[in-house]
Write a protein that binds this ligand. Structure first.
Ligand code: CP
Ligand code: NVA
Length: 317
């Protein structure tokens, strides 16, 4: 059956099938080629999108803004002190008001429940631009970058090393389970992903018959052996600033340095990072600037994939 994502939310990736995820990556690739060819689009002509940000952002905010404008849409940035949400107005009322005016709503913030409630009440598509639990639009860009480098996703050994229970690690595990990757989370035991999510991802792999495997380990050297992708993220996410020093001690053995890259035994391994990076913590300057690094292709792909998400759900296709 042809994929149809019209009016669909993007809340966590859990509700998207492998075919739908691949459709978004293919559409993003077409849109990237279109932009490179200098073709001005009108797929979001007369579409207004609300961009709610409780937490700061460079890539996600700019990706939604540029993507909307590229295709003739209008993005409206609503920072945490600009609107009544969280101060004078609750989520359900904000959602119903914005849903009367906008064609789609992006939300970045703390609580996953808020993005789910926005989706419940808005009556227009809601896209999760990062919560404490998940970062689904990031994973679309990450997988697009993997495909650009290897030509496929199935069978790729993808190692996330660092804070194994953060939003990015969680969403990567869900996506990898759907797309048939060999996914490894490598973290100290204190920062392992929740048992519930690991079990859910294993079940997803089984149900999708994707061939994915999910492994959780605290041994960096063993984890990276044969890896195609080494991925890391900050050791203390937004909202966890008070934990920064404690994490530094805990995560020091999990730093992505040249020794770890070499321990893959794969000279074609690529390094990814959702950014922003704290160089000297989760990754060394040497790896960040090395020939293995693809984080800026990945950052650019945020824009193409986010454009695909909007075009697929509200665009004039
Ligand atoms: N990767 C990412 O989401 O970056 P921003 O926090 O800058 O949006
Ligand atoms: N885990 C990071 C991702 C930033 C894009 C954070 O939540 O701060």
């Amino acid at each position: 059956m042809a994929v149809n994502l019209r009016n669909r939310n993007l809340i966590s990736l859990k509700h998207h099938t492998p075919e739908e995820i691949m459709y978004l990556i293919n559409l993003a690739t077409d849109l990237k080629n279109k932009k490179r060819a200098g073709i001005k689009g009108n797929l979001l002509d007369r579409k207004n999108v609300a961009l709610i940000f409780e937490k700061p952002s460079t890539r996600t905010r700019c990706a939604f803004t540029v993507a909307a404008i590229d295709e003739g849409g209008h993005p409206e940035y609503l920072g945490k002190n600009d609107i009544q949400l969280g101060h004078k107005e609750d989520v359900a009322d904000t959602a119903r008001v914005l849903g009367r005016m906008f064609d789609g709503i992006e939300f970045r913030g703390f609580s996953q429940k808020v993005v789910e409630d926005l989706a419940k009440y808005a009556g227009v598509p809601v896209w999760n631009g990062l919560t404490d639990d998940y970062h689904p639009t990031q994973v679309l860009a990450d997988f697009m970058t993997v495909r650009e480098n290897f030509g496929h996703l199935k069978g790729i050994k993808f190692v996330f090393i660092g804070d194994g229970r953060n939003n990015v690690a969680n969403s990567l595990m869900i996506g990898a389970a759907k797309m048939g990757m060999h996914f490894v989370t490598c973290a100290p035991k204190e920062l392992f992903p929740s048992k519930e999510l690991v079990a859910e991802c294993k079940k997803i792999a089984e149900e999708c018959e994707s061939g994915a495997t999910i492994e959780i380990t605290d041994d960096p050297k063993a984890a990276v052996k044969g890896a195609d992708v080494i991925y890391t993220d900050v050791w203390a996410s937004m909202g966890e600033e008070a934990k920064a020093e404690e994490r530094k001690k805990l995560l020091k053995p999990y730093q992505v340095n040249m020794k770890l890259i070499k321990a893959t035994g794969n000279d074609n391994v690529i390094f990814l990072h959702c950014l922003p990076a704290v160089k000297g913590n989760e990754v060394t300057e040497e790896v960040f600037e090395s020939r293995y690094a693809r984080q800026f292709d990945e950052a650019e792909n945020r824009m193409h994939t986010i454009k695909a998400v909007m075009v697929a759900s509200i665009g004039n296709l």
